[in-house]
Write a protein that binds this ligand. Sequence first.
Ligand code: FDA
Length: 305
Amino acid sequence: MEQLMRDTFLYFAKNRSINQLAKRYGLKFGADRFVAGDSIQPAIATVKELNGQNILATLDHLGEFVSSPEEAKESTDYCLRTLDAIQESGVKSHMSLKMTQLGLDISEQLCMGHMREILTRAREYGNFVRIDMEDFSHNEITLKIFKILREEFGESVGLVIQSYLYKSEADVQELNSLHPNLRIVKGAYKEPDSVAYPNKADVDLNYVNLVKLHLLNGNYTAVASHDERIIHQVKGFVKEQSIPNSQFEFQMLYGISTQLQKELTKQGYTVRVYVPYGNDWFGYFMRRLAERPANVGFVMKSMFK
Ligand code: FDA
């Protein structure tokens, strides 16, 4: 039953018509638990609140699977305005983005042009942009573009690696020559057994292996998970290996495990929260429900309120 619910949410997450429809209706079904508003003002206010608790942020103007050059340009402008808003307000926040929102499905060149514009602005401000990793069909092209941009923009750009993919260990090793800042996640899309571990235990094991590998290679690592067992293991490992707190950070999603975010901050760790905003919220929201079908309870509550 749980697997069926997961698959249904992930199917909705990728359905363009439903995503387009949802854009017109504002944040519904309790999505505001995970999305910090449909415009930049409430998102900046949320980041200020987090900063007040010594928690850093990475702002994400939601959007993905864009299919026209006009939409891709519009998304690029939103990303640029997000960087401007961070700079003007003085909040402590990076930015995350998905390359399909910048036209990756239309043309690689178009997307590269938009990425260069965004990274030029980020470098000017001394800020940092993380490229999220999307579904497997975009994996190779994302790695290829990242390698080029990392050469051009150095430490202004980072990438995400998913532990559910068999290929990720080889990717982390191959990327090592660039010493990139990587965020390690478990992976949020529906992938076939031919490319991804079908069992959660293997995904979790590979997660810890990838974090250890990247840390031991001497690279900055964003440990992005709400899994308390994994966080505990990472804390033990860095202590044992004398890896300084300045070489890694814990990352979590807005609205999830907020108490844990505060506790880790109090213990002296760097914590960064991923703060999504904007009207293209539906796909992101569906993936959060798929991760924990028990969340459906609060969706029902919000519908009957
Ligand atoms: P797991 O799913 O095992 O959950 C551990 C515990 O965390 C659960 O028992 C529950 O308590 C809590 N939890 C997890 N998800 C929850 C939810 N939705 N609602 C309520 N509680 C929940 N993925 C991707 O494919 N590409 C990307 O670029 C990113 N980027 C990204 C950035 C950041 C900062 C984070 C934290 C995550 C991502 N992800 C991602 C998502 C990631 O792949 C994964 O789907 C989620 O983080 C959930 O996995 P956990 O590691 O939390 O473990």
